[in-house]
Each structure stands twice: as structure tokens, then as C-alpha cells.
Write a protein that binds this ligand. Structure first.
Ligand SMILES: NC(=O)c1ccc[n+]([C@@H]2O[C@H](COP(=O)([O-])OP(=O)(O)OC[C@H]3O[C@@H](n4cnc5c(N)ncnc54)[C@H](OP(=O)(O)O)[C@@H]3O)[C@@H](O)[C@H]2O)c1
Length: 306
């Protein structure tokens, strides 16, 4: 399939572009400020705030589906620059969805677990949303814009960890980078999440696309844990000292953007649609570890233009 992947220099987009290319898809990846070298797919640098250029790429490459991973995904940057966050996370998402609808092709729009306030947890797709930050609000508005323009689009609320091109984009890399050098870190023991490993998530998104699904899905691990426990499991798998991780509560740390505590989402709908369970956190960590043994982080790093 000819696939257009936005945000292809980012944590999810790069892993997804590589997984899709390895599956034999003909990928065109869109990045913005970062160039990439040596990737096994076509690449274009495009500012999605200048939609005409992006629409030109679509007209030229004639994708059979679009997977939209680009976003202002940095919570603190979104808080500092709400207009920018709204333009990319809401407006550009809506415009891409409108373009996909005009071309009559499927769109996978990546959203976030952060659309919930984290008071109760256990959220299914029908649970009321209540975003706490600019990032979360603009992502929720993006979902609405996509739904209006392209009602059949897949809207996937996700949370994930993995290896990134700069090597410091995910929580798993944060624990890995510090613990391997013996540096003590803190881990929140009162924030719950259900992360998937990026390459697992990429495969599931492609499977959803192939299955012709549409609508809102929680694409997360069926297992949840605290960020502290996640750090401990990373330490254990890599043979680092888990004692270097100090458990702390979130309110004791002064941070920029407000963050939700209990982001336990239920993936039952997507599991039923695909007919199989999504990976557990331990399965994801195992693959994260195996990929490190295979020097995958170095491979990603080598894609970065100096
Ligand atoms: N990270 C998580 O755990 C998490 C959790 C829930 C949901 N999500 C969602 O998952 C998706 C991917 O997140 P991520 O962590 O992979 O993000 P990321 O690593 O921060 O990457 C963001 C991507 O967006 C691109 N981008 C930013 N501004 C752009 C613009 N004006 N025009 C075109 N492209 C632009 C960046 O391009 P350049 O770098 O080339 O400028 C980069 O490729 C996002 O929708 C995010 O909201 C992430």
C-alpha cells in the first residue's frame, strides 16, 4: 500500500515508517525541521502549518492511506505556545482529514490517553473526557475536527515507549539512559498508564488499517502500572540497579503542564475488532530489550542528519 506518514522524524512516526516499509508498504514520510538520512522510504520536509505544501505532496504521491503522527507532543511547549499547539494538533489534523476524505482514502489519526482527567481511570471509548492541559485540550479538539471532516477515520488514543532517533524521547529511554550510568532518578508511584512498545503499536495500527476499521479506539496495553514500577521493570530487564529509582508522588514535583494521575484506558474494543489481545507491558519491555541487543537504537541514531 502507498502510505503517507506524518511526523516521521518523531518517536512513533519513525518506528511506524520503518515497520511499514519492512512490511512492504511504499512509505512517504513527512518530517518538519529534522532531515533524515538513509531511511528505507521516501522523505519530504513539510511544515503542516502550510497545508498547501502538504496537499501538494498528497497530490503527487497519491497515498492509499494517511497515518498522522505529527503533533506538538511536548506538554510544556504546548502550554507555552497554545496557538501553535492548536494550529497543529487541531487545525492541521482537521485539514488533513478533509484532504483524506476528498481523496476517498482512510486516515489513522493519533490521539492521546491524556484527553481524560485521570480521576477514576478504567476509561473506555464512551467515557467522558476532561483534558487538563493545553496539549490534551488541543488533541481532543483535533479528534473532533478529524471526526467532522472524515467520520470513517480511525482515531487511536495511544500511549507508548520505545527507541527514538535522538535517544531521549521516551520515558523508557529516560530510565535506560540514567540507570545504565548509575544515576539516581525519581519515578512517580501514583501515576498509572498502560503503554505499548512503539513497534508493537505500529503493527497494530497497520493491522487496524488493513482490517478496514473506523472510529474511536483505545490502542493501549491491557496491563497498567505506575511510572515507578515501569522504571523498576526496565531496570530489572536490563540488569540495572532498581534501587536507583526513588518512588515519589506527582504533587511533590513542580512541573509545567498539569498531568493526569490515573490514565488506565481499556483496549477491549480494538481487541474485539482484531480478535486478539494487545501486548502486555512485560512483552513490550522484552521487545524493547531485544531491539537494544540488536543495536536498533544505533540504527535509529544513524538516521539523524548532523
Ligand atoms: N509520546 C507519547 O508517549 C505519546 C502519548 C500519547 C499520544 N502521543 C501522540 O502520538 C503522536 C506522536 O508523538 P511522538 O511522541 O512520536 O512525537 P514527537 O517525537 O514529539 O514527534 C513529533 C513529530 O511532529 C513533527 N512536527 C512538529 N511540528 C510540525 C509541523 N509544524 N509540521 C510538520 N510536522 C511537525 C515533528 O517533526 P520535526 O521533528 O522534523 O520538526 C516530529 O516528527 C502525537 O500525535 C502525540 O500527540 C504521544
Amino acid at each position: 500500500m502507498r502510505l503517507l506518514v506524518t511526523g516521521v522524524s518523531g518517536l512513533l512516526g519513525l518506528n511506524l515508517g520503518l515497520v511499514a516499509a519492512a512490511q512492504g508498504h511504499q512509505v512517504t514520510g513527512l518530517s518538519h525541521t529534522r532531515g533524515l538520512q538513509g531511511v528505507p522510504f521516501d522523505l519530504c520536509q513539510v511544515n503542516l502549518l502550510e497545508m498547501e505544501t502538504a496537499l501538494g505532496v498528497i497530490a503527487q504521491t497519491r497515498p492509499e492511506a494517511i497515518i498522522h503522527c505529527a503533533a506538538i507532543a511536548d506538554l510544556n511547549l504546548a502550554e507555552q505556545q497554545p496557538d501553535l499547539a492548536r494550529q497543529l494538533n487541531r487545525d492541521a489534523a482537521g485539514e488533513l482529514a478533509a484532504a483524506a476524505a476528498r481523496w476517498g482514502i482512510p486516515l489513522v489519526h493519533i490521539s492521546t490517553d491524556a484527553v481524560f482527567d485521570g480521576v477514576t481511570g478504567g476509561y473506555d471509548e464512551g467515557a467522558p473526557t476532561n483534558p487538563l492541559s493545553v496539549y490534551a485540550r488541543t488533541k481532543l479538539e483535533g479528534e473532533q475536527a478529524v471526526r467532522e471532516q472524515h467520520p470513517e477515520a480511525i482515531i487511536a488514543r495511544v500511549v507508548f515507549f520505545g527507541w527514538s532517533m535522538p535517544g531521549n524521547r521516551s520515558l523508557a529511554e529516560f530510565f535506560f539512559n540514567n540507570l545504565k550510568d548509575g544515576r539516581p532518578v525519581k519515578g512517580f508511584n501514583d501515576t498509572l498508564f498502560c503503554p505499548l512498545y512503539t513497534e508493537d503499536l505500529a503493527e497494530i495500527l497497520l493491522e487496524m488499517l488493513n482490517a478496514g476499521l473506523g472510529g474511536l479506539y483505545h490502542v493501549v496495553s491491557p496491563e497498567h502500572l505506575s511510572k515507578y514500577d515501569f522504571g523498576v521493570r526496565i531496570a530489572q530487564r536490563f540488569g540495572f540497579d532498581p534501587g536507583l529509582i526513588e518512588p515519589i508522588r506527582m504533587h511533590t514535583v513542580k512541573r509545567g503542564a498539569p498531568r493526569a494521575l490515573n490514565l488506565v484506558l481499556k483496549p477491549d474494543k480494538v481487541e474485539a475488532a482484531l480478535g486478539h489481545a494487545l501486548p502486555t507491558v512485560d512483552e513490550g519491555i522484552e521487545r524493547f530489550y531485544q531491539r537494544w541487543q540488536e543495536a536498533y537504537p544505533q540504527r535509529l541514531h544513524a538516521f539523524a542528519m548532523e
